[in-house]
Write a protein that binds this ligand. Structure first.
Ligand code: NDP
Length: 356
């Protein structure tokens, strides 16, 4: 199957790409520069351009950003996996830096598929737990989050803080995706015409941890956002602090499990088509993170906050629950354990910093 993967230089996309290649797909991935394409290409020296090729899309927010990517390759695409979206807090203008690329990147991609690539039958989007969680309810111990939940954030609230802006970017983009696809699905039912119609799967992961692909990383300073807490801990950022930093999010998933979900969605279209999945492996707090690093990576003990440091635990009032039964059942595999994910992440960060 021929797949367009957007944002191939990203942390999660690198693992999606790896599974796609391993499992026999033919992939074109979009990156923002030919230098980024060259680095990925160098990591797959034995894979030909028929299995791995690149399209440059400098800014997904631009009008018609994906037109060339969708029209310049043969054979035509049958599926699209859309991971590209800003996930960082280096933001001066929430609308321009977060909302526009997330929302216009998604709706522009969809319009471009309809216009240019009628052979695309399935689109998978990396959405986020940010589009599910209700941040205004805090730790909400009496609630269990499922795929039915939607973040109620408004445009006004999006502009009030950068974290709100990020969560809104994912919420509005995912809503726009479902709104775009639903009329198409209705039309397909009525006319029984398959023309210009694709099904949608969205994955909503919370904090994604896991090993980084070193070819995508020029420095640990450029590390993806979600792994930064692990980098900061092992680099000693909090060793002299009196407190372990508090969590912003208490649920997590391993990047390799999440990436495999994206690929399984293409391999199991009957289970995944037109489904939204909350993809979480379990709960964690930063105190547990510190203790795993202390236990499993003896040489890093001096970099960590002292064992007696307070903070970094679960909320005293209790924590919301998450229900991951839908994805576990539909896609059918067991989740990696937190200790293994943290250990593999630390190993990979150490490897990258030794290489650099
Ligand atoms: P990365 O920052 O590693 O990857 C983001 C990718 O999007 C990069 O390839 C980046 O390109 C590309 N991108 C961002 N903005 C633009 C733009 N305007 N034009 C073109 N390309 C752009 O983040 P992750 O891999 O962690 O995130 C991937 C997806 O997963 C995002 O949609 C994110 O919201 C979602 N997600 C991530 C979670 C996590 O914990 N990591 C949790 C939940 C959801 P470049 O690097 O060249 O800027």
């Amino acid at each position: 199957m021929r797949v367009l993967l957007t944002g191939g230089s990203g942390f999660i996309a690198a693992h999606v790409l790896d599974y796609l290649i391993q499992r026999g797909f033919s992939v074109v991935t979009t990156v923002r520069s030919s230098a980024k394409a060259d680095k990925i290409r160098a990591a797959y020296p034995t894979v030909g351009t028929d299995r791995l090729d690149f399209a440059i899309v400098e800014d997904i927010a631009r009008e018609d950003a994906f037109d060339d990517a969708l029209t310049s390759f043969t054979p035509p695409f049958e599926a699209v996996i859309h991971t590209a979206s800003p996930f960082h807090f280096n933001v001066t203008d929430v609308q321009r830096d977060l909302l526009d690329p997330a929302i216009k990147g998604t709706t522009g991609l969809f319009r471009s598929i309809i216009k240019n690539a009628p052979t695309v039958k399935h689109v998978v989007i990396t959405s986020s737990f940010a589009s599910i969680v209700n941040p205004f309810k805090g730790s909400w111990p009496e609630h269990t989050y499922t795929e039915e939940d939607w973040n109620p954030v408004t445009l006004q609230q999006a502009s009030e803080s950068i974290p709100n802006g990020y969560r809104a970017s994912k919420t509005f983009a995912e809503r726009a995706a479902w709104e775009f696809v639903q009329p198409q699905q209705q039309q397909k039912k009525v006319s029984s015409s398959p023309a210009s119609s694709f099904s949608l799967t969205t994955f909503c992961p919370p904090m994604v941890f896991g090993p980084v692909m070193s070819h995508n990383l020029s420095s640990l300073d450029n590390l993806n956002t979600s792994n930064q807490i692990i980098r900061d801990l092992i680099q000693g950022k909090y060793k002299d602090d009196k407190m372990i930093p508090e969590n912003a999010t208490f649920t997590w998933v391993d990047v390799r499990d999440l990436a495999l979900c994206h690929v399984l969605a293409l391999e199991k279209p009957d289970e995944a088509a037109n489904q939204r999945f909350l993809v979480a492996a379990g709960y964690f707090c930063n105190r547990e993170l510190v203790e795993i690093i202390r236990k499993e990576h003896n040489g890093l003990r001096d970099q960590l906050p002292a064992e007696s440091s307070p903070g970094g635990g679960y909320p005293e009032a209790g924590l919301y629950k998450i229900d991951n039964s839908k994805v576990t059942k539909m896609l059918g595999f067991s989740w990696r354990k937190f200790v293994d994910t943290v250990t593999d992440t630390v190993d990979s960060l150490q490897k990258v910093s030794n290489i650099m």
